[in-house]
Design a protein around this ligand. Structure first.
Ligand code: ADP
Length: 580
């Protein structure tokens, strides 16, 4: 990934802040006011101080009053600006996060599966906030630096010797800060990588917790998690150690400044080159002046972090090295449901063909079963039809139109995939329907659930349709999840339904209900089933037998049983399984 320039990235980032232009303008005006007050008032204080004659107590009183007045005004403006900046920051962050989420959903399956979920989560959360932060940070540090420059000029007017002393220490502190930043950059890069590794594993752990348990792999997983967390912690400790060392040097340099200041002030006061009141005022501002370099350092650091995070986020938004799905422009709101594969060949990895010259036709409203050994390429047919992967050779047509030409809604809006273990969202059952179809009525949901043989079960739950299903639908059984996915497809009224029958042994009752749910859809939809059970095979209009990426037979159950030796073998195997 090539890192882009800061101004280019700022300009691009401002696009997300545009909607809040009003807040932004108020924010900038507030900051300018803050700068003016911050930089001009000390000058005024300095002039007033130099003009005060009177006795020592009177001078000290005036000095204290002026400093208090100035600080109060600054704090007040800061307070007013804070509220505005929060609103601006939050809205900008929301815009960026939504855009990243939108673009993540467009990423091609092959690129998406290559990256870890930690990679995407980091970009939506951490990196996006760094982009939104930059407007706040730039404003904060630039205004503070300007204010401090104003204070330094005031000190120059008040006393040149103190000014020289401060400038000397500023240079010294800058050197320490510079070294610290250099070390920080290296450590931060390492820490980010380690954090991404740890986050990824934790996401896997949460997502795959059931499988980890069943695999009895808790120890191995926890061991790996420990390794990654320890790794991350080591990077953190190293970073803290380095920071502590520089903090130690920095603090002591400041202590040394205090010591030298007192010596210098005594000498200057003795020689009538500095009044006590002025000494009090300039001493009061020493820490603030020394912070100038902290601010410069922070500004540099924040812009560096921003550049890194913005490059990562815009890599996703601008598809830099990441490919996005593309669709045609042809619109077909309602399709009939005929489709065909014509000489389709496909490979996931170069040199490993998965489908070889596959051709078949399926008329609308037919139910067709795909059978064949595991790895034969059955799921790949589904993946290509839903364009989760793009076909390389050959053509897939729906209602005679090449799917490459169809726009997204015409294609995906007409196809549902019910996988072996469908993902049910961690919401209530009702919300699971509402999220896939805006404005869906309760009656429609109930009707679909009845057709999917799920309504009675839902009604038996204490909260009925408002029952929460847990992450991924964990509180539902595999069969219930599949039936819910069937109901989801019915709600969407997609013409083509791709159903991947669960290989896992479902109890007879569940199997019967799923079977009944499919029976309810037959004749109205084009249904493709990856079949693992005899009952499904026998009832379908056509069976397509696949082996090693090729079609090895096509026809009704009876026809294949009569003439196809591979089918006979598979059927005998199935039969044996059913009996046992
Ligand atoms: P089936 O559904 O008949 O069991 P699949 O279509 O799932 O078979 O798989 C066909 C072949 O493609 C298998 O050898 C499998 O390993 C491979 N395959 C499936 N999905 C991917 C993927 N995302 N990346 C790489 N290879 C894959």
């Amino acid at each position: 990934m090539k890192q882009k320039g800061i101004f280019y990235l700022l300009k691009k980032s401002y696009f997300f802040a545009k909607e809040n232009r009003k807040n932004f303008i108020f924010y900038v005006i507030g900051s300018i006011l803050f700068c003016v007050v911050g930089a001009i008032t000390p000058l005024f204080v300095a002039k007033e101080l130099l003009a005060i004659t009177g006795g020592l107590w009177e001078q000290l009183f005036m000095a204290a009053l002026l400093v208090f007045g100035f600080e109060f005004l600054r704090a007040f403006l800061n307070f007013l600006n804070g509220k505005n900046s929060q609103r601006f920051f939050r809205n900008t962050l929301k815009n960026i996060q939504l855009k990243v989420a939108e673009e993540i959903l467009k990423i091609k399956t092959e690129d998406f599966t290559k990256a870890s979920s930690g990679y995407f989560i980091e970009r939506i959360s951490n990196d996006s906030s760094k982009i939104a932060d930059i407007f706040k940070d730039l404003n904060t540090y630039i205004t503070r630096i300007i204010v401090n420059v104003g204070i330094l000029i005031s000190i120059f007017i008040l006393n040149i010797y103190v000014f020289i002393l401060y400038c000397f220490f500023l240079t010294f502190l800058y050197f320490i800060q510079y070294q610290k930043n250099k070390a920080y950059q290296i450590n931060d890069q390492i820490m980010r990588e380690k954090r991404e590794r740890a986050t990824s594993l934790m996401t896997e752990l949460v997502r795959g917790s059931m499988d980890i348990k069943v695999l009895n792999a808790e120890d191995a997983f926890l061991e790996e998690a420990e390794k990654r967390i320890v790794d991350l912690n080591e990077a953190r400790y190293h970073m803290f150690d380095t920071n502590r060392l520089y903090r130690f040097l920095y603090d002591n340099a400041k202590n040394l400044l205090d010591f030298i200041f007192i010596l210098l002030a005594i000498t200057l006061i003795r020689n009538n080159l500095l009044s006590i009141a002025t000494a009090v005022v300039v001493f009061n501002y020493r820490n603030q002046v020394m912070l100038t370099l902290d601010y410069v350092g922070n500004l540099m650091e924040k812009t560096r972090e921003f550049t890194l995070s913005a490059s990562r986020v815009f890599q996703i938004i601008d598809s830099d090295g990441i490919s996005k799905e593309s669709f045609g422009t042809k619109q077909k709101k309602k399709i009939a449901g005929d489709f065909s594969f014509q000489n389709v060949s496909f490979q996931y990895e170069k040199g490993i063909p998965v489908l070889k010259n596959v051709s078949f036709e399926i008329p609308k409203n037919h139910t067709v079963s795909f059978v064949g050994r595991s790895g034969a390429g059955k799921s790949t047919v589904f993946n290509l039809l839903a364009k989760l992967y793009e076909v390389e050779d050959g053509t897939i047509r729906i209602d005679g139109i090449d799917i490459k030409e169809l726009d997204k809604d015409s294609l995906r809006g007409n196809i549902s995939i019910i996988s072996q273990s469908p993902y049910i969202f961690n919401m209530s059952i009702r919300e699971n329907f509402k999220i896939v179809k805006k404005g869906v009525q309760d009656e429609e949901i109930i009707e679909a659930c009845k057709a999917a043989c799920l309504h009675d079960y839902i009604m038996s739950l204490p909260d009925g349709y408002d029952t929460l299903v847990g992450e991924g639908g964990i509180t539902l059984s595999g069969g219930q999840r599949q039936r819910l996915a069937i109901a989801r497809a019915l709600i969407q009224k997609t013409e083509i339904i791709l159903f991947d029958e669960a290989t896992s042994a479902l109890d007879n009752e569940t199997q019967l209900q799923i079977q009944k749910a499919i029976e309810n859809m037959k004749g109205e939809y084009t249904i493709l089933i990856i079949a693992h059970r005899l009952s499904t095979i026998i009832n379908s209009d056509k069976i397509i037998l696949m082996d090693k990426g090729e079609i090895k037979g096509e026809g009704s159950h009876k026809e294949l049983l009569k003439s196809n030796t591979l089918y006979q073998k598979l059927y005998a195997l199935e039969l044996e399984k059913e009996i046992h």
